[in-house]
Design a binder for this molecule. Structure first.
Ligand code: ZN
Length: 154
């Protein structure tokens, strides 16, 4: 069975940056499951895996435009420490979710701490990076009606 829209795909993967550093891996964990065509994974990886079958190994290098986008300077802002909850530890690299005025949440990373000035970065930590994936396709099956309706794998 080949990967097409509305199938549930299980993969093992290793993700490396341009320097060969491992950024993420499913090794030692359950395979990652996604609903193909559901926007569950980055577009470049979805495209690279379309048409592949169980047992296939796929290598894909995905530019930022098909991954987490380019870094944008507008994503970087300074906020006062009292924008955070009182007593909250704030360290560089810490990630948290902010409630947005228009609803929804935004993931933010603390980029710098200078006294009471905290620099936060709304760019995805992998923005601006070309991502190198090694993927092994473990399973492909038709999505259930419920999965297709929900837009994700169960
Ligand atoms: Zn569901």
């Amino acid at each position: 069975m080949q990967i097409a829209d509305n199938m549930v795909v299980s993969i093992h993967y290793t993700l490396k940056d341009d320097n060969g550093n491992v950024l993420d891996s499913s090794e030692g964990k359950e395979p990652l499951k996604y609903l193909s065509g559901g926007g569950n994974i980055i577009p470049g990886l979805e495209k690279a895996l379309a048409g592949k079958a169980i047992g296939d190994s796929v290598q894909a290098s995905i530019p930022p435009v098909d991954a987490y986008g380019e870094r944008v300077d507008a994503g970087i802002q300074q906020v006062p420490r009292d924008a955070f909850a009182p007593g909250q530890e704030i360290e560089v690299g810490m990630m948290f979710q902010a409630q947005m005025p228009e609803g929804g949440t935004q993931n933010l990373t603390v980029a710098a701490v200078d006294g009471d000035n905290i620099t936060i970065d709304a760019n995805h930590p992998l923005a601006g990076q070309t991502l190198h994936f090694d993927v092994k396709i473990e399973d492909v099956r038709e999505a259930t009606e419920e999965e297709a309706a929900h837009g994700h794998a169960h």
